[in-house]
Design a protein around this ligand. Sequence first.
Ligand SMILES: *[C@@H]1O[C@H](CO)[C@@H](O)[C@H](O)[C@H]1NC(C)=O
Ligand SMILES: *[C@@H]1O[C@H](CO)[C@@H](O)[C@H](O)[C@H]1NC(C)=O
Ligand SMILES: *[C@@H]1O[C@H](CO)[C@@H](O)[C@H](O)[C@H]1NC(C)=O
Ligand SMILES: *[C@@H]1O[C@H](CO)[C@@H](O)[C@H](O)[C@H]1NC(C)=O
Ligand SMILES: *[C@@H]1O[C@H](CO)[C@@H](O)[C@H](O)[C@H]1NC(C)=O
Ligand SMILES: *[C@@H]1O[C@H](CO)[C@@H](O)[C@H](O)[C@H]1NC(C)=O
Ligand SMILES: [Zn+2]
Length: 728
Amino acid sequence: MAAGKTLLLAAVCGLLGAGLAQVDWADQLSNEMDPARIEEFLRILTEKPHLAGTQEGYSLAEYVRQTWEDQGLDSAHMAPYDVLLSYPDPDNPSYVALVDENSTEVFRSSPGEPHVDVDPAANISSVVPPFAAYSPSGVVESSRLVYVNYGRTSDFDLVKSRGINVKRKMVIARYGKTSRGRKLRRAQDRGAVGMIVYSDPREVVGIGWGRDRKYPDGWYAPGTAVQRGHFLYTTGEGEPLTPGYPAKDYTYIMEESESDQLPTIPVHVIGYTDAMEIMKLMRGREVVNDSWRGLLETKYRYGAGFGRPKLSSARKIRLNVTVTKEKRTIHNVVGIIRGAVEPDRYVVLGNHRDAWNLGAVDPNSGTACLLEITRALGEMMKQGWRPRRTLMFISWDAEEHGMHGSHEWIEEFGKIMSDRAVAYINVDIAVRDKYTLRARATPSLKPLLKEAAMKVPWPETTPDGDTLYSVWRQRTPADSEDPDSDPKISLPSSASDFVPFVRRVGVPIMDLAMVHRYTITYPNYPLYHTAYETFHLQKTYIDPEFKFHRLMSQLWAGIAFSLAEAEILPIDVSEYAATVSEMFDVLKDEYGEGFQATQISLDALESAVTNFTQAAAMFEEKLASLGNDTSPMVARMYNDQLMQMERAFIDPLGIPSRPFYRHTVLSNGLYSTDTFPALGDAVERMGSDWTDPGKASKLRDVRKQLSIISHFIQSAANTLGTPASTVF
Ligand SMILES: *[C@@H]1O[C@H](CO)[C@@H](O)[C@H](O)[C@H]1NC(C)=O
Ligand SMILES: *[C@@H]1O[C@H](CO)[C@@H](O)[C@H](O)[C@H]1NC(C)=O
Ligand SMILES: *[C@@H]1O[C@H](CO)[C@@H](O)[C@H](O)[C@H]1NC(C)=O
Ligand SMILES: *[C@@H]1O[C@H](CO)[C@@H](O)[C@H](O)[C@H]1NC(C)=O
Ligand SMILES: *[C@@H]1O[C@H](CO)[C@@H](O)[C@H](O)[C@H]1NC(C)=O
Ligand SMILES: *[C@@H]1O[C@H](CO)[C@@H](O)[C@H](O)[C@H]1NC(C)=O
Ligand SMILES: [Zn+2]
């Protein structure tokens, strides 16, 4: 009897123990996310401007480090680097002026956005004035002004075709379509003396619903709002003076004059109220094409004449730029939860912390979510949970100056990341609006992303569905003709801190954000990089209850949880093969004639694509037949192959003319083609007639890039083969 009781007791204890062990940690993690706490994090993060390299920037880094320590992470440390940064002179802000025949300034652009009395934090004097980071300082003048639309190559070509040369003239471009650095570089290469970049109402007010509600009464931009930003001409180098290597105290530093990234002509940025004062005085025989016209109430002319005596005594445009470049210390913060089973495998979550000003949208909506995720995980650790793999959280610095923090860190630790990182999940701006999810991902992570989105409830009632997945799919289908379409997930283009992970070392990435409906041509949201990215903006107009911040935290954490806990990594190799096959199809469909006319065979590439597709299918069959009795060694063997597949696409020599973009499938081409980047550029350069003898050297480049991409796809196929048989 006594023995029986003991047994019974043991059984009950056993059951209890089993009950405890079966806590659904994934559910708990999701339920733990608290909108009120996210709001409080955001309020603290946005109290002061915290530009990289400033005292306030450092204080906020220390706040993040201390918070992670207090939340119970195993460790939290700073990773500092000394890099070249750029600042305005708050006492003598840069400006654009109009001057009369006696060189007297008759108009000066506003030194900054007026304070608006709605948000105590936004009302402080230390707001960073609008400036063009890394612009050289100096005064330039011209009596000639040319409007170059968005400043794309095609825009400069059109101006030239209208008989206007920008040499020794001032140019004015609107924001949008192409990066600041590229607009400026094109003006510089064509001999312009300086450049003005402004936000046109078409981009920051638009023609849509609610456009009359401008900050502080709404989400749209008043004419006084100015987008700040850096004007480096970057192709994946990171910090301008130590390309390729981490900026440590022993690192050799280039001369500024050696850096191809730093601009040599001055540039300044203004809002549309000031732009109007300038644009209305433009002369020139031709009014622009319709597609060039913005929404200013003036006739848009190409130029280059300037001055309308009836309207103003102004005769010249003057640019007076007072921007400094200084070496200062930036601080990434790295927090770690050690893995219990595979401590040497890292799942990395990252977001930048530095902002041009208060950063309540870019980037600290993301930082607030990250701090809530670490808080929730800290709580779980107190209850005895520990992930299978190591979780790493990184708060980057100096993203706004050119992604310096993440580049320097990858330059220092790239080898380790290449060996050990399972994936990097980036969130920059978590919530700029709440219409739909915008996702970028390496192909192998798409299925994981979709699965995670199915588990996140949509926080409002809508006919579009009750999970993030269903609303996302409904509102942003990959194929709008197909009612059963998947949601749209783009490849990792564009720019945030995921770039060095995927393009330098081949770590799979995702980049996630809640965004607005793209019915109008906003390149970004209207108040992007202005002084009005305030807590008030988030709290009043974007996400008053922080429900969508909660949604983003749940999604980000859910993805990280799967990557850290799943025995076999949720990396889908067949999805990758499908993407590579599509790129091959685009190549054949769009450029097949050229290959035929020059008798260049696509057989090797086709064979590599087929081999990769077959290897992926066979690999998945083997995985499926493993059943439940995977020994840790066997699981690790398959997981290593899953990780190595992405690295196989890395060419240490880089793609042509951009040695720091090393991913042969996922780097940006110079031309936007939907095929392999380097080969896509090579075939674009061929134009229509490939047989033209003058194109012989371009044709050699096509052959070269074709062989290179064939090799790397076959390499990826090899990584998936059975180690002992297929390859050797
Ligand atoms: C340019 O601005 C600086 C600082 O505001 C000022 O000292 C200087 O006189 C200005 N230069 C000209 C040519 O107006
Ligand atoms: C420029 O200076 C001359 C000589 O002082 C004067 O006559 C003229 O009115 C001035 N122009 C303007 C626009 O003030
Ligand atoms: C904001 O600044 C203005 C002018 O400096 C001042 O009058 C106002 O009281 C301030 N508002 C708040 C909420 O601090
Ligand atoms: C601009 O208009 C001109 C004629 O007015 C036309 O030849 C040209 O193709 C147009 N360009 C664009 C980009 O629309
Ligand atoms: C594809 O695999 C076949 C069979 O192993 C091999 O003969 C062929 O060379 C491979 N293709 C490439 C481009 O390496
Ligand atoms: C694997 O385990 C699950 C439950 O954990 C069970 O339903 C399934 O039948 C098992 N499969 C095999 C092949 O043993
Ligand atoms: Zn950002």
